[in-house]
Structure formats: C-alpha cells, structure tokens
Design a protein around this ligand. Sequence first.
Ligand code: FES
Length: 321
Amino acid sequence: MKALTDLTLIVRRTDEVGELIREIELVRPDGAPLPPFEAGAHIEVTLPEGGHNAYSLIDFAGDAAAPAAYLLGVRREDAGNGGSRFMHGLQAGDRLDATGPKNHFPLDDGQGPVLLLAGGIGVTPLIAMASALTARGRDFRMVYASRSPAAAAFADRLVAAHGARIQLHHDDQAGGPVPVAELIAKADPAAHVYVCGPKPMIDATRAAMEAAGRADAQFHAELFENTSHEAGDRPFEVEIASTGQVITVPADQTIIEALEAAGVDLVYDCQRGDCGICQTDVLEGTPDHRDVVLSKEERDSGKVMQICVSRALSDRLKLDL
Ligand code: FES
C-alpha cells in the first residue's frame, strides 16, 4: 500500500454551499502544490479530540495531477463524532493536520459507460469522477439525489460543467426517493455503477444490480455514514481461532475496537465497511453484516465478514485470526 503523506493545511476559504453543508478550501502554508490524487480519493483530517474523519477530494477543474488546493464538502452531522462540527467551525487562516490522499473508491480503467449515483453529500467523490470521465472522453451520466434543492450542494456547478449528463432528483418534489431499481434496469448492461451516499441507497443499488444480473465487478460503493452501531445492539463473544482466546465485544464497541483493546493485531483501514481490507473468515457463528463490500452470495454464505462494522446474530463468532 502506498505510504501516506502527513499534511499540514491552512484554510484558505470556507463557504456555505447548501443546507448544513460547507465547502472548505485547503492549501499548504507555503502555497506549494499538494500531492496529486485520483478521482474517488480522500484525505483524513485529524480531529482535535483524537481520531480522524475522511473527506473526499472534490475536483471540478480536472487539475488533480498538481492541485494548488484541496476542496472538501462537509455536511454537519450533529449526532456524529464532533468532526463535522469542528470542520464547520473552521475559518480562513486556521490550520489543521491531515494524512493522504488515499483512494478506496477508484474508477475502473475500462472504456465502457458509467452511471454515477450520488446521495446527498455522497456527491463529493463523484464530482471528481465526472471531471475524470470527461477528461478521458468516457460516456457517463450522474443522478444526484437530495432531499430538496437547498440540500443539493454543488448541483449548479455540476450542471454548468456537464449539462444534460447530470440529472437532479429532489425527494420533496419527486414525492419520494430516487427510483434506483428503475435507473439500474434502464442503464446500459455494460455500465459500471459508482454509488456514494447513505446505506439504504447503496443496498438498493447493489440489490438492483444483482437482480439485473450485472457482474459484481460493475458495482462500486463508498459509504458516507458509520453503520457499526444501531439501536438494540447487544454484546457478543469473539473466539480467536489461532489462540482460543475469547473476547467480549460490548454493545458500544466494534469487533476491531474490542480485539485491539485485548492486544490482538489487526489489519484495517476505512472502518466504515467499504474498503474491504478488514475482511475476515468466519469459522463458526452467524455474522450481522453491515458493510457495503460483500456480495449477496458472500453475505448469505456467512463465511466471511468485515469486522470493522459488522456484528453477530449468534452469541459467539469464531474468527480465522
Ligand atoms: S476497514 Fe474497511 S471494510 Fe473494514
């Protein structure tokens, strides 16, 4: 895996661009060019309280090869970990630390058509994809779904840049969510589909792709929420197959958090269930899948799981660790 770059960044500009959404432009303190990135990439901003939040890099200008600035779009999530409130409090001249860029959501390098499906602030990585696809001369269409026109940040710039390739869907005007199954059924059967947004939209897209008989390789997703905890979560046990050690995963911790606290070495990255890196074989027990990586077949097999977000339906899981 490519080594990550530590970045010190200065806020050059921050503007409100939609309901609860701010656009934040970041530069190096000396104004030098920032590391290049590819469409779908993100940086991880270090939060003052510890931890980090991942933010996709927006690219309208097609200058991701030598960017003078990084542009982020951040929606304020009052129920979140405080990271988005910190980002919304930034002002011009403030300094922050970050690492990256890295990319769990790259474009395939084929030549066939592409359908980009954006849900809310999940539009941000897809903006760079639209620019990259245009630069490559590759056929694409974007459907950008939001609750209302006021929530559709960046929509005007997308339409100005790509015209009729951008289709806007506002739930309040359409009377409901974007009809994903219909979009997939009508899309070119060879199209690669990139979806970024809330989990129900990603799940609906995957289900529609599977129902339409599309290949797994044509489906690409990035999740813009953390699905590791839900109301009613309960503790369960994890048995480490190689050592026989049994560790309890409390209701408010992930498997990774509980195992690391017990001294188990693990490999992981996104901790959102979309990069696939923490995938682990399940030897016994029934996983409660909450990722967007596994295919229906893999989920139904119960033999593999993403331990960053998924939990257990059984009292114990025996994992091949
Ligand atoms: S760490 Fe990325 S899917 Fe688990």
